[in-house]
Write a protein that binds this ligand. Structure first.
Ligand code: C2O
Ligand code: CU
Ligand code: CU
Length: 479
């Protein structure tokens, strides 16, 4: 046996052992929905660097974490300590944020912590929250949209060995899915062109990618699949449904599981939101079932804070266009019966009497995106409260474009929505960190801050709006 052979085999065996221990399926090379590589969080190095990838058979010049698109999936157990080194090999500053993880200030990726090209940043934090799906991406001042768009984004799977669940599909039928829309530039790069209406509506790519692949077809069995989905797009909202003989149930949202599976016909998924879905293909033997995004229209909203008229059609961009995302090609093997499902939800306490209330008005007018009339200022402390506080926050959209509102250092429960769609949807149950506020909507949430004092953020997760200043600092003083 020559050395190369030996090294290859040893590496393969070691990897096989690791996969077996972690009960995770091997990535399927070139077949079906690609699955990002899976890595642990102890002593992990994440190198952000330019690099080549292939998108739909076309070589593309991207910016990547550890050369992967999507970036490697981080897998962490509840209670585990993460020690991660970020190496910046990009030609500009960057910093990484763990979206959905409640971590100390120094680990949260605030833009003021960005590091120069060639520099490194050490993250050290302990994950203590229920099982769920979080994600990571750059949070660089005015450059988040560009850096995410070039390819810098990946998932974080939080597992809780203490959680009592049953009846969920086994690992080989659990799929992770990052949905992003992209446009390939003439030079083979991922183009991020913000001219014209993009400054208002946001960025809309030509092609919807599922884990970096344009509408992949996944070979499936007539069984129930678990599909854990992130909308990693800059601005595009998806209304996910199935075309063909399949059905959907929601089992989790941003911050973990809901109390029981919720049957849905379709679900809205705004930028940065996550959903944990069961896809029932037991009646689909020999057929194709397509996960698609369905057409929708937006409440008109008003143009300008005083309501100078209805939002012009150009403000919509390509928001609400329909299209396929991925396919399940279901084989004719024996139907695998679907057991009853038990979930482990973390109860949401009711709002304590006398909880503080705050109101935030999200306004978009021409190229101006503000919260309570303010654009982001790195050093201003816009909201000052206490670590561990529980408060009622109200988000108001008084303009013509949607705002997916995201808060760091906390999870929240969505309580009411008036105006616009006028209801809190079943798939907005459970703990969340991002909520969609369409034109003319008013959404209230109960915010439960985590235990860490420091400077954190509230912002719109339409990355074009965020980069143009639709973001405030939230200062948490020690309790
Ligand atoms: Cu996903 Cu402050 O971001
Ligand atoms: Cu975040
Ligand atoms: Cu916005």
């Amino acid at each position: 046996m020559n050395r190369r052979h030996f090294v290859g085999m040893a590496g393969g065996l070691a990897a096989a052992g690791w996969w077996a221990r972690h009960r995770w399926p091997l990535p399927q090379a070139g077949r079906g929905l690609p699955q990002p590589p899976m890595v642990g969080v102890q002593g992990l190095t994440l190198r952000a660097a330019p690099g080549p990838v292939t998108v739909g058979g076309t070589p593309v010049d991207a910016w990547l974490y550890n050369a992967a698109l999507p970036a490697p999936t981080l897998r962490v157990q509840r209670g585990e300590r993460a020690t991660i080194t970020l190496e910046n090999q990009l030609p500009e500053p960057t910093i990484t944020h763990w979206h959905g993880l409640v971590v100390p200030e120094a680990a949260d990726g605030h833009p003021r912590l960005a590091i120069a090209p060639g520099a490194t940043y050490r993250y050290d934090f302990t994950v203590d929250q229920p099982a769920g799906l979080a994600w990571y991406h750059p949070h660089t001042h005015m450059r988040t949209g560009y850096q995410v768009h070039r390819g810098l984004a990946g998932l974080v799977v939080i597992e809780d060995p203490g959680a009592r669940t049953s009846g969920l599909p086994p690992a080989e039928r659990e799929l992770l899915l990052v949905i992003q829309d992209r446009t390939l530039g003439t030079g083979g790069e991922l183009a991020y062109d913000l001219r014209g209406p993009a400054m208002m509506a946001g960025y809309f790519g030509d092609t919807i990618l599922a884990n970096g692949a344009p509408s992949p077809a996944h070979p499936a069995e007539p069984a129930v699949y678990r599909l854990r989905v992130l909308n990693g797009s800059a601005s595009r909202i998806y209304r996910l449904g199935l075309a063909g003989p399949g059905s959907l149930r929601v089992i989790g949202t941003d911050g973990g599981m809901v109390s029981a599976p919720i049957p849905v016909d379709d679900v809205w998924l705004a930028p940065a939101e996550r959903l944990d879905l069961l896809v029932d293909l037991t009646g689909a033997a020999g057929q194709r079932v397509t996960l698609e995004t369905r057409a929708f229209t937006l409440p008109a909203g008003t143009f300008g804070p005083r309501g100078m008229g209805r939002g012009p059609e150009m403000m919509r961009g390509r928001q609400g266009d329909a299209g396929p995302i991925m396919h399940f090609d279901v084989g004719r093997s024996r139907v695998i019966a679907a057991p009853a499902v038990t979930l482990a939800a973390r109860a949401i306490p009711s709002l304590p009497r006398g909880a503080a209330e705050r109101r935030f008005v999200f306004s978009s007018m021409m190229m101006d995106h503000t919260i309570n009339g303010m654009a982001f200022d790195m050093s201003r402390r816009d909201v000052v409260t206490t670590a561990g506080a529980v408060e009622r926050w109200t988000f108001v959209n008084d303009g013509p474009v949607p705002h997916p509102v995201h808060l760091h250092a906390a999870h929240f429960a969505v309580r009411t929505r008036t105006g616009g769609r006028g209801e809190v949807y079943p798939w907005e149950q459970g703990w969340k960190d991002t909520v969609l506020v369409l034109p003319s909507e008013v959404v209230t949430v109960d915010v439960h801050f985590g235990p860490h004092p420091g400077l954190f953020l509230l912002h719109c997760h339409n990355l074009v709006h965020e980069d143009m200043g639709m973001m405030l600092n939230v200062a948490l003083e020690p309790a």
